[in-house]
Design a protein around this ligand. Sequence first.
Ligand code: FBP
Length: 596
Amino acid sequence: MREKYLPAARESRIKSGGRLPLFQPGDIVKTLSEQLLEMESHRSIFESELRRLPLPVCPVFGSAGSPAPIRFAGSGEILKTPDNAIVARSFPLSIEASGNAVLAFSASNANPPKGKRVAVLFSGGPAAGGHNVVAGIRRALGPENTLFGVTPGPKGLIKGNLFEITDETLRMYINTGGFDFLGTDRTKIKTDEQFRQVKECCVRHNLDAIVVVGGDDSNTNAAVLAETLFRDVKPDGSGVQVIGVPKTIDGDLQVDGLLPISFGFDTATKIYSEMVGNILQDTRSSLKYWHFIKLMGRSASHVTLEVALQTKPAVALISEEIAEKKQSFSSIIDQIARAVVARSRKGINHGVVLVPEGLIEFIPEIHYLIVELNDVLAHNDKEFSRLHDSARLIFIQNKLSSENAALLASLPDYIVNQLLTERDSHGNLQVSLIPTEQLLIDMTARYVREIDASIPFSAQSHFFGYEGRCGAPTRFDAAYTYNLGLTAASLVLDGRTGYMASLTGLGDGGHPVAIPLTGLLHIERRQGQDEFVIRKALVRMNSPSMRYFVSRRDDWADDDHFSSPGPRQMWGPAAHQQPITVALNSNAGSLEFKIG
Ligand code: FBP
């Protein structure tokens, strides 16, 4: 059946060139059945229009139509952490080459090298904009160099699964969400055998450089790879460069004045804000529910803070504040219960509580329990894994201090089971699996009853996580990532290794910057042993965004002042908004960003 989709009136609008037409004059008008079939191959009207959006470039790359790679020079800023001396002993080659100096744009790379063979991989959780990073790399490398995609993630590098990325293979992925072009995984390259396999892959594919798109753990891994592959990898004695690109929806990869935010944060928080805004509208309509909404973000509360600033709920817990104030678990519940009671006494029996995914690890008494549990599990993993489920708790309790054993015993089964599950390959507890929101509901119900049994308290729980990671990138993430890709490829062509690409000046066209990875390394205890890590950037109590939140939250608790920001916009006046936290923290003049 070939139905004509457009009614006559719409056709005449196309001809008259009316404002914001769905189709442009001259477009071939599709039938309904053609349109439905196209949706099955990622060619919905929305996706097709996204692919047509312009990719702006920072002024230093030249024209948007043909961006050119740039060269870098030391900006004078030398990065150091308190663990600098130990880092220097373990990363001598990288530090000798970089001097831990931040690099900024110095000139156009008029004669970039030819014949370079570069591989790119995604590592860790997906985040919107990854495909544009690849597009930026491809674009800056130009036709004289070759780009390979690694499938999937670090595991693919170990196995040597590479394919050549051409403009044609990339075309369908421009401005689309997810990491499905290459896939991703969380393998940490750490054993001698794994490093040997990576070197073998580099030799087999004659690679000159690897770009690792990842979060704090993956960029730590990039620093280790850069040092390991610095020289003597290929038969001619040359090495392989390694460049990192900062990704994670958690927003916890930030460097003061040098890296405003990791990519993917803006898209995820705008998606969650739409959903939370809709729920707030529902609470005000149905007038009977409290919604406890856990928001993704493994450790830091940047996502929760951003969504709170976007939507203004009655309560938003910030894990870092709880840790700083050394708030006990019972005092957190008391705080929520009192908000419920106070609102109820004014006739408001509804509200929203935002709960950061990582909350549980920040509550002091539970934090100490998890630290001890991690150590005990790391040192007894073989014996523990052989035990039947029913015997595991007793086994662990016998190895814990008496306070921690008692605390573990006091928690409901659904929390204990998750605390005892296997850690990921970087030693992280899988906090997304812990139903903290349900625990808070159960405990709040009890406290509210104790304060005043006549107060109605009916609650719903939600976890917004995976819904936000792979949405089509916002205009902010789309532009940011494309320019991160241009920066990463420029670093490769400039012969650099051990750097992470970044952009500053997001209200001012955007300025590419390169951050020496070794300048970010600290020592942290993971899985029972000290390891190098790029420390997660947590929410700071004295940051402008946190101070603004603190100055407004009592009003939001007192009465409904919520905002429902609606879906993220790709076209029109609302499309060019940066995250509120980024705007506040960078002292921006307005919410609008300007890249290009
Ligand atoms: P990355 O830091 O690797 O980008 O991952 C972020 C994240 O989305 C966290 O917010 C979340 O805790 C985790 O991934 C969940 O991923 P998984 O399902 O692999 O545990």
